[in-house]
Design a protein around this ligand. Structure first.
Ligand code: HEM
Length: 362
């Protein structure tokens, strides 16, 4: 999927939705930003993953957002049963019928897309083609269930993480006015020089924005640990550390991100931390938001490092661009940076927290 081709679609969608939902006057208004961003990220993911009609279909958006919650509760309930009982009791465990209902609802929508695709002689149903368009054309024997499963996997992996990270970015922006004014200036200059049409290659001309969101991810990554793997054989590392076959491993990336041996003053939010690193000779292409290396672990590492990170980059940067071009943000008087919730190795922003926003162009 060529991500650059989606940028005009996403820019128009973000601009229209944000202008419709955010305050239109010069007085400060409180906004629960997570809910607005979550809806926006859902819509753009539905457009790029399945298609235009899916992005405008509230039933599809509801199935996609609800399914994961139902699945987690159901699995937790099923796990209370001993393993040997599960094949017999799984149908009677609480949540099973809701899960089936949601799956069937999603199935009907995907079946409709697949029928249209066949009728269209496997040609794309829209331009730019969606992920579904490309997968269906190249794998014509894939079943509706296989398509639905792929859609749900990418949706779950991409939407909650991108919505959480853009919310965290706005929470940080609301309490870091000085650095945000530098980021805004950089965006304004680019916006003027490209006539308001921001294409993929322009994103590399926003190194301060890139540094800011990388610092946001260092502080508030959705995952406290990444690189979850299971060893398929005995392994002895070069330092003698032995990993027996069958061991589940994960890397404590949240702790590494706060390690003073890895980052100077790790507890200080320094929006330009990575921008400064890139000013050093031979370092200019390192330390980027989407970089993956032993020192950049927020996307995991190796063959299974997040394949969606370029989509996440475009989504989060376009949201920041649209908001910073038009709006000013701050926290309500006396309120410090909104805290996150940590649970089950994950981090979530406070979805009910409010920030103050005003339209600077009104
Ligand atoms: C801020 C947003 C995101 C973060 C922080 C994030 C983070 C991660 C991490 C840590 C992994 C595990 C990598 C590993 O085990 O080495 C992962 C895997 C994955 N991510 Fe993302 N992700 C984000 C957005 C997305 C998006 C937008 C998509 C798709 C549209 C996506 C699709 C996937 C998939 C399919 C995998 C599994 C890859 C595999 O097992 O080979 N992610 N992501």
């Amino acid at each position: 999927m060529y991500i650059g081709a989606f940028m005009p679609v996403m820019q128009t969608m973000f601009q229209t939705e944000l202008l419709a939902t955010l305050p239109k006057d010069n007085n400060w208004k409180t906004v629960k930003i997570y809910h607005i961003l979550f809806h926006l990220v859902c819509k753009s993911a539905a457009r790029s993953l399945l298609g235009e009609a899916a992005a405008e279909n509230p039933r599809w958006l509801r199935v996609q957002t609800d399914y994961i919650g139902t699945a987690i509760s159901y699995i937790q309930a099923l796990k209370k049963w001993p393993k040997s009982f599960r094949p017999f009791v799984y149908r009677y465990v609480e949540g099973y019928s809701t899960l089936r209902k949601q799956w069937n609802e999603g199935r009907a929508i995907v079946a409709d897309f697949l029928a249209k695709k066949k009728a269209n002689n496997w040609e794309p149903l829209q331009q730019p083609p969606s992920f579904f368009d490309i997968v269906a054309s190249t794998n014509r024997d894939m079943s509706v269930d296989e398509h639905l499963s792929l859609q749900i996997t990418f949706f779950v992996a991409g939407v909650h993480t991108s919505a959480a990270t853009s919310t965290q970015a706005l929470f940080d922006a609301a309490v870091n006015a000085d650095c945000i004014s530098q980021v805004r200036k950089e965006i304004q200059q680019l916006h003027a020089s490209c006539g308001g049409v921001i294409e993929r290659q322009h994103l590399s001309q926003l190194p301060k924005l890139d540094s800011f969101i990388k610092e946001v991810l260092r502080f508030s990554s959705p995952d406290l640990a990444t690189f979850v793997r299971k060893s398929s054989q005995d392994v002895t590392l070069s330092n003698g550390f032995h990993i027996p076959s069958g061991t589940t491993l994960e890397v404590a990336t949240g702790a590494i991100a706060m390690d003073p041996e890895v980052f100077d003053d790790p507890k200080v939010f320094d929006a330009l931390r990575f921008w400064k690193k890139r000013q050093v000779e031979n370092e200019s292409v390192k330390h980027q938001f989407t970089s993956v290396s032993p020192r950049d672990l927020e996307w995991g590492y190796g063959r299974h490092a997040c394949p969606g990170r370029y989509m996440a980059e475009v989504t989060i940067k376009l949201i920041m661009i649209q908001i910073l071009l038009r709006f000013e943000l701050k926290n309500p008087e006396g309120i410090a940076r909104h805290e996150s919730f940590n649970f089950d190795g994950q981090t979530m922003p406070n979805t009910e927290a409010e920030i103050l926003i005003r339209d600077i162009n009104a």
